[in-house]
Design a protein around this ligand. Structure first.
Ligand SMILES: *[C@@H]1O[C@H](CO)[C@@H](O)[C@H](O)[C@H]1NC(C)=O
Ligand SMILES: *[C@@H]1O[C@H](CO)[C@@H](O)[C@H](O)[C@H]1NC(C)=O
Ligand SMILES: *[C@@H]1O[C@H](CO)[C@@H](O)[C@H](O)[C@H]1NC(C)=O
Length: 189
């Protein structure tokens, strides 16, 4: 036996160990690229209801109180944390109301509902010339939007910054006292 020759038994053992390590590395790599890869959480508007409406013709006052429920779904095998945010209601491009969304952590593969009450005091919108045209049709169209910024984390090492949002077109029917909504969700990377 030469000085640097490796005994046969040890050689087999080293090769077997190397194969095992390589196999584990491939498994970990495949898992981290597939099911463990941080995915986009999604925010959806589940419902919009007209909680309260009060109209006084003179002096003009219109209080439209909306109840908005959005759900935040986290598809990850790790938690999704989002920062404080704000939901906005606008009327023909003008901000009309907002409501705070408090920061939260959605557990792995979990979902939370956020319920908001948004009071739209329409009085200040009456300076918009289109307002009176819309008002006489009995239908006021608003848009709502909510955006969440956060971080999806799997095993503390796989992290991804996430922005997800939902917007709705809302039609408030003043006489009928109801609201129709068409919502969509999207994702920004
Ligand atoms: C509008 O209506 C809501 C719900 O009843 C009420 O809480 C709020 O104080 C009202 N706001 C105004 C300015 O009338
Ligand atoms: C988020 O909002 C809550 C309640 O409004 C507040 O207590 C907290 O300090 C805010 N957190 C951040 C990071 O701004
Ligand atoms: C308000 O939205 C409804 C539904 O999308 C639409 O039919 C209507 O024309 C809109 N009204 C105005 C004034 O834009």
């Amino acid at each position: 036996m030469g000085c640097c020759e490796i005994p046969r038994g040890l050689k087999i053992c080293l090769i077997a160990t190397a194969i095992l390590i390589a196999t584990l590395a491939v498994v970990v790599l495949v898992l981290s690229l597939t099911i463990l890869k941080p995915k986009q959480p999604k925010i959806n508007t589940k419902s919009v209801t007209l909680n309260y409406i009060k109209w006084i013709p003179f002096p003009f006052h219109l209080n439209v109180t909306l109840g908005i429920v959005v759900s935040v779904d986290n598809p990850n095998y790790g938690s999704f944390q989002f920062d404080n945010s704000t939901a906005y209601i606008s009327y023909r491009g003008t901000a009309a109301a907002d409501a705070p969304i408090e920061h939260d952590t959605i557990p792995a593969r979990g979902s939370h509902d956020i319920t908001m009450t948004v009071v739209v005091i329409v009085d200040s919108l009456t300076s918009n010339p289109s307002f009176w045209v819309d008002f006489t049709t009995g239908c006021l169209n608003f848009t709502s939007s909510a955006t969440l910024h956060g971080k999806a984390t799997v095993f503390k090492i796989l992290k991804k910054k996430v922005t997800t949002y939902t917007t709705c077109d809302l039609s408030v029917y003043i006489q009928e006292q109801n609201v129709a909504s068409v919502c969509k969700s999207n994702v920004k990377y």
